[in-house]
Design a protein around this ligand. Structure first.
Ligand code: PMP
Length: 398
């Protein structure tokens, strides 16, 4: 018998599987609204001008690439902290945040998950229902039992906040709660600042561990606006986790640029936590890669490039918003009579369209319009050229 005879075929990643199906579809009118990638008005993945400029600058002073420190480029970690917590945060001045460079937002989540598993092996993890597919798999693979807290309310087209809060208030001490800091994936529905206060109160009174996943900072209402929830947690005096991804905000998906930040009670505690995060990294991949983090650090710390990035990010954000408005208008024009105004309430790359699995299947097979079976479509993949076809197709399956 061969060594791998008993190996079972793993299920395909649902979203990447959709991509393969899309690529194989001969329909010339096909549109891919499945994967969470921002494309510009020409349907192209953008190379941001600030990134191009930073890369030119780095090339100019080209250097050999030795190993990075285990926790990554110091200037990068510092820039991430400034962005996430605010440059003048007293927390940073007090040395109370341990930040490590990570392989994208996924890497930040994984380093945090492995550290948490050692810290509190018996803890449960709660993710939102629904959540980014990988949350469940990642925390399960890290050894946790993963359950959900209520989130999406299909009838209300929004968040079932009462149920969410009740669930958190009933959670056992030490439970890890994964929260989307902004631009909830997949629904697009975020909670309000006042609701965050209630979540924070629950986290505090129940002694829960908050793990904020910030994969879309700047895609909702602005960099500061989207990061405001961090300030609320800090103000409440809670120790918590934040994973950061620059995949979308810098359009650097393939460079794997992200971070994990852990807010601690003191500088001394931060040193100990950092030492443990480094063990997790050292035993997984030793140390992170140089290029993407160098680019992001250069952009964030060079005032002209930083201003350019903020402008380009605003451009992406505003284009998505314009597409949301256009989606609502064009659906009406195409004869849809039901209220679809919820699309403009949603934030970030995605819209939970409310379409059923059979409707999503019809969109694919009859029209070559690819979204996720849950009804999630990527608004950031719409543009003036494809939106007419997409809205007419949607209207036909509704
Ligand atoms: N969290 C959420 C909610 C996401 O949507 C994503 C990306 N799809 C990630 C984390 C991971 O980001 P990255 O590609 O940087 O690993």
């Amino acid at each position: 018998m061969s060594l791998f005879a008993a190996v079972e075929m793993a299920p395909r990643d649902p979203i990447l599987g959709l991509n393969e199906q899309f690529n194989a579809d001969p329909n010339p009118a096909k549109v891919n609204l499945g994967v969470g990638v921002y494309t510009d008005e020409n349907g192209k993945l953008p190379l941001l001008a600030c990134v191009k400029a930073a890369e030119a600058q780095l090339n100019e002073a080209a250097r050999a690439r030795g190993y990075l420190p285990i926790d990554g480029i110091a200037a990068y970690d510092k820039a991430v902290q400034g962005l996430v917590f605010g440059e003048s945060s007293p927390l940073l001045a007090a040395g109370r945040v341990a930040t490590v460079q990570a392989l994208g937002g996924t890497g930040g989540l994984k380093v945090g998950a492995d550290f948490l598993k050692k810290l509190n092996p018996g803890a449960k993890v709660l993710i939102s229902d629904p959540s980014w597919e990988n949350h469940r798999a990642l925390f399960t693979n890290a050894g946790f039992t993963v359950e959900t807290y209520p989130y999406y309310d299909a009838d209300k087209k929004g968040v079932n906040f009462d149920a969410m809060l009740a669930c958190l208030n009933a959670a056992a001490a030490g439970t890890v709660v994964v929260l989307h800091a902004c631009c909830h994936n997949p629904t697009g529905y975020d909670i309000t600042a006042a609701q965050w206060e209630q979540v924070i109160a629950a986290v505090k009174s129940r002694n829960l561990v908050a793990f904020l996943d910030m994969a879309y900072q700047g895609f909702g209402d602005g960099i500061a606006e989207d990061g405001a929830v961090i300030g609320q947690f800090v103000a409440a005096g809670i120790d918590f986790f934040v994973s950061t991804s620059f995949s979308k905000s810098f359009s650097l998906y393939g460079e794997r640029v992200g971070a994990l930040s852990v807010v601690c009670a003191s500088k001394e505690e931060t040193t100990r936590v950092l030492s443990q995060l480094k063990i997790v990294i050292r035993t997984n991949y030793s140390n992170p890669p140089t290029h993407g983090a160098q680019v992001v650090a250069t952009v964030l710390t060079t005032p002209a490039l930083r201003a350019q990035w903020e402008e380009e990010l605003a451009g992406m954000r505003n284009r998505i918003k314009a597409m949301r408005t256009a989606l609502v208008e064009r659906l009406k024009q195409a004869g849809v009579t039901s209220d679809v105004s919820f699309i403009t309430t949603q934030r970030g790359m995605f819209s939970y369209s409310g379409l059923s699995k059979p409707q999503m299947e019809r969109l694919r097979s009859e029209f070559g319009v690819y979204g996720v079976d849950s009804g999630r479509i990527c608004v950031a993949a719409l543009n003036e050229k494809n939106i007419g076809y997409v809205t007419e197709s949607i209207a036909k399956v509704m």
